[in-house]
Write a protein that binds this ligand. Structure first.
Ligand code: F6R
Length: 616
C-alpha cells in the first residue's frame, strides 16, 4: 500500500515523479504529493487529496515545478484520514528532513511523545511524521550524517517501512531505507531512481537494485551507494529487468483488468512451459529451478498452503487436487489467521506460500513463522526479487508479467498452473502418478491456453448478461469441491470491483441458513464442472429456483441438460475435471468486470483497496 518514487538527475523531476506515481496508483490512491528541490533553493512540497489527476492538475503535469531532485508518494491511508494534511511528503519541524513512507510504524505514539518532550510539534495524524522528526532529532542531537541518523532511527522504530528521504543540507541527494516494505533503486549513467515497484521506472531504466531488509542507500545523479545498519558500505548485485515495457501499459484495452484477463492464455502458457522438460518419451515436470529436490518432495508428509484473498482461493483449489492426486493431507490457511493461531506443524511438512506481489505482510509473516518453526518453505510468487521470493527456501515463479489492476486475474490463473504442476510432481515422486499419467496431464494442461482463448472469444454473451444484472443487490455463488473454490474467486471478483454484495457457498451448505436470503429474482450462480457431484449441485439449484432465484449455470460442454434448470447457461470447453477451475473462472472474471463497468465503477482501482497489502 502506498507508492513511492524518487528521482535525481539532470531533467525536470516533477513530470518524471508524476509519471512514476501514475504507474503505482494501484498501490494507493486517496491522496498524493511530491517534494522537489531546485539546486540550493528551498524544497517545494505540493499535495492533493483524491486521485493523482488532482496533483497533476495542480502542477500542470509537473511542468510548473522546477528542480531536478525530488520524491513523490501516492497514499493508501492507514494512520490519519485521507486529506491534504496527511498526504506525503512529510517535513520535519524546520524542514531539514522531508520524507515519503510506505508501511506502518507501530510505536509511533511512543516516538511522538518522546519528541513532544523535546519540543517538537506535530501537524498531521500520520505515523510518518514521527519518523521524519526522529531522523531530524538524531541528525541534530548527535551532529551525524544522514546515513547514521537514518540508521539510528531504524533501530528505534518498530514496524515496516520503505522510506525516501531528502535532507536540506544535502541538495543533490536522496536517501532510501527499507524494512519489510518493497523499495528498489534504478540507475542510468546520469540519473538514479527509487520506487516501490518496477513498472514505475521501467520506461526510464531496466538496471535495478533490490534494497534488502534493514539496508539503506544514498542516491546521486548516476550513482548509488548502499549501507548496512552499521553504516558500512555494502555491495549489491545489479539486476536487468527483461519485462516488456508495453506489458505494463493498457495496450488499447479500456482497463488493465480486461487486458490482463485477455493475457491469460499467454501467461498460463509461459508459466506451464517454465517447468516442463522433454525426457525422450514426452514432457515431464521439472522443478529444478525452484530448488526443491525429488527427495525432499518424497519426504514431505503434509502440505500447508498459506495465502491471502485470491491466492488463498488458489490454495483451496489445490487442496482438492493434491489430496486427490497425491494422497497427502493439505491444509489451507489464511495467512492472517495462521500467523497468530500458531497451529502445531509437523516437521516434515512443507509450507507453500502463494502470493502475486510477494510482499503481502501477512503472507510474509506466515513464511517467517514457518521458518522459525523449522519447516521448509516454497513460495509461488509473481514478482521477481520480492521479499517472499527472497526469503523462501524454494521459489516457483509464475510468469504472469506485471499485474496492474488491483483485482487479480492472470496471476491467479498462473498460480493455479503452478499448483497443478506441484501436484503432478508430488504425485509422481510418491509413486502415485505414473509416467504415462504425467504425460496425459501435461498434454491436457497444454490445451488450456487455447481453451481460455476460446472462452474469451465469447465474452459479449457475458457482457450482455452482466448488463441485465447491473442493478443486482446480491449474488450467490454455489458449487461443490473444486467448483466451490472457483465460486470463492468468482464471488470475490464480483464484489471487489462492482461493489455488489456477493457470497460463495458450498452448495450443500446453502440450506443450513443462507437460503432464507433467496427471494424472487435473486441472482444465484451455480458452478458444475465435476461429474461426480453434478447432480447434487443441480438439485441445490432447483431448490433455489423454487424459491424464486434467477439461475446462471456454468458447466463444461456436453452437460446440456443444465439449460433445463438454469435461466442462463455458460459452457466452457471440456477438460480434465481436476483442471476445470482454470476454465470456469474466466466467465466469472468477465462477469465481475462487466457488471462493474455497467455500474460505472473504477474497475482498476476499486475503492478502499490496494494491490499490494503490506500492512496487517
Ligand atoms: C483480489 C486480490 C487479493 C490478493 C491478496 C493477496 O483480486 O488481488 O485478494 O489476492 O491481497 O495478494 P498477493 O497475491 O499479492 O499476496
Amino acid at each position: 500500500m502506498c507508492g513511492i518514487v524518487g528521482y535525481i538527475g539532470n531533467e525536470q523531476a516533477a513530470p518524471i515523479l508524476l509519471d512514476g506515481l501514475a504507474k503505482l496508483e494501484y498501490r494507493g490512491y486517496d491522496s498524493s504529493g511530491i517534494a522537489v528541490r531546485d539546486n540550493n533553493e528551498d524544497t517545494v512540497v505540493i499535495k492533493a487529496k483524491g486521485k493523482l489527476s488532482e496533483l497533476a492538475e495542480k502542477t500542470d503535469n509537473g511542468s510548473a515545478v522546477k528542480g531536478c531532485c525530488g520524491i513523490g508518494h501516492t497514499r493508501w491511508a492507514t494512520h490519519g484520514a485521507p486529506s491534504e494534511t496527511n498526504a506525503h511528503p512529510h517535513v520535519s519541524n524546520d524542514r531539514s528532513v522531508i520524507a515519503v513512507h510506505n508501511g506502518i510504524i507501530e510505536n509511533h505514539t511512543e516516538i511522538r511523545e518522546k519528541l513532544l518532550r523535546q519540543g517538537y510539534v506535530f501537524r498531521t495524524q500520520t505515523d510518518t511524521e514521527a519518523v521524519v522528526n526522529l531522523i531530524d532529532y538524531y541528525y541534530k542531537k548527535y551532529n551525524i550524517g544522514p546515513i547514521d541518523a537514518i540508521a539510528k532511527t531504524m533501530v528505534r522504530v518498530r514496524g515496516s517501512y520503505a522510506l525516501a528521504i531528502m535532507f536540506s543540507d544535502y541538495p543533490g541527494e536522496i536517501y532510501v531505507a527499507r524494512k519489510d516494505s518493497p523499495l528498489i533503486v534504478g540507475i542510468t549513467e546520469n540519473a538514479a531512481y527509487t520506487a516501490s515497484d518496477v513498472p514505475a521506472i521501467l520506461n526510464r531504466t531496466r538496471q535495478v537494485y533490490y534494497i534488502g531488509n534493514l539496508e539503506m542507500g544514498r542516491l546521486t545523479a548516476g550513482n548509488v551507494e548502499f549501507y548496512n545498519l552499521d553504516g558500512d558500505l555494502i555491495e549489491k548485485e545489479l539486476t536487468t529487468i527483461d519485462w516488456d515495457a508495453a506489458a505494463a501499459e493498457k495496450g488499447g484495452y479500456e482497463h488493465f483488468m480486461l487486458k490482463e484477463i485477455h493475457e491469460q492464455p499467454k501467461a498460463v502458457r509461459d508459466t506451464l512451459h517454465a517447468y516442463l522438460k522433454e525426457n525422450g518419451k514426452g514432457n515431464t515436470v521439472n522443478l529444478e529451478k525452484t530448488g526443491i529436490s525429488e527427495e525432499e518432495i518424497r519426504a514431505c508428509s503434509q502440505l500447508y498452503i498459506v495465502a491471502c484473498g485470491s491466492a488463498s482461493h488458489v490454495g483451496y483449489t489445490a487442496q482438492y487436487i493434491i489430496e486427490d492426486m497425491c494422497r497427502i493431507p493439505v491444509r489451507v490457511e489464511m495467512a492472517s489467521e495462521f500467523r497468530y493461531r500458531r497451529p502445531p506443524l509437523v516437521r516434515d511438512g512443507l509450507v507453500v506460500i502463494i502470493s502475486q506481489s510477494g510482499e503481502t505482510a501477512d503472507s510474509l509473516a506466515a513464511l517467517r513463522h514457518a521458518k522459525e518453526e523449522g519447516l521448509k518453505t516454497l513460495a509461488i510468487v509473481n514478482v521477481i526479487g520480492s521479499t517472499i521470493a527472497r526469503e523462501a527456501d524454494y521459489v516457483m515463479y509464475t510468469y504472469a508479467g506485471p499485474e496492474i489492476a488491483v483485482a487479480t486475474t492472470k496471476a491467479y490463473s498462473c498460480q493455479l498452473i503452478a499448483c497443478y504442476l506441484l501436484a503432478i510432481a508430488f504425485g509422481k515422486a510418491r509413486g502415485l502418478v505414473t509416467e504415462e499419467c504425467v504425460s496425459e496431464y501435461l498434454e491436457e494442461l497444454e490445451t488450456l491456453p487455447d481453451k481460455i482463448a476460446r472462452i474469451l472469444e465469447d465474452k459479449e454473451r457475458i457482457q450482455w448478461f452482466a448488463s441485465k444484472f447491473a442493478n443486482a443487490q446480491d449474488a450467490f455463488f454455489i458449487g461443490r469441491g473444486i467448483d466451490y473454490a472457483v465460486c470463492m474467486e468468482g464471488s470475490l471478483k464480483m464484489k471487489e470491483v462492482s461493489y455488489v454484495h456477493t457470497e460463495a457457498y458450498a452448495a450443500g451448505e446453502l440450506k443450513h441458513g443462507t437460503i432464507s436470503l433467496i427471494e424472487k429474482g435473486t441472482l444465484v450462480i451455480g458452478v458444475l464442472t465435476q461429474s461426480e457431484i453434478y447432480e447434487k449441485t443441480l438439485s441445490n439449484m432447483v431448490e433455489v429456483k423454487s424459491r424464486g432465484g434467477y439461475l446462471m449455470g456454468l458447466t463444461m460442454s456436453g452437460n446440456f441438460n443444465l439449460e433445463e434448470t438454469a435461466d442462463f447457461t455458460v459452457f466452457v470447453p471440456k477438460t480434465d475435471e481436476l483442471f476445470a477451475a482454470s476454465l470456469a473462472v474466466i466467465p466469472l472474471q468477465l462477469l465481475g468486470y462487466y457488471i462493474a463497468v455497467a455500474r460505472g465503477q473504477d474497475v482498476d482501482k476499486p475503492r478502499n483497496l490496494a494491490k499490494s497489502v503490506t500492512v496487517e
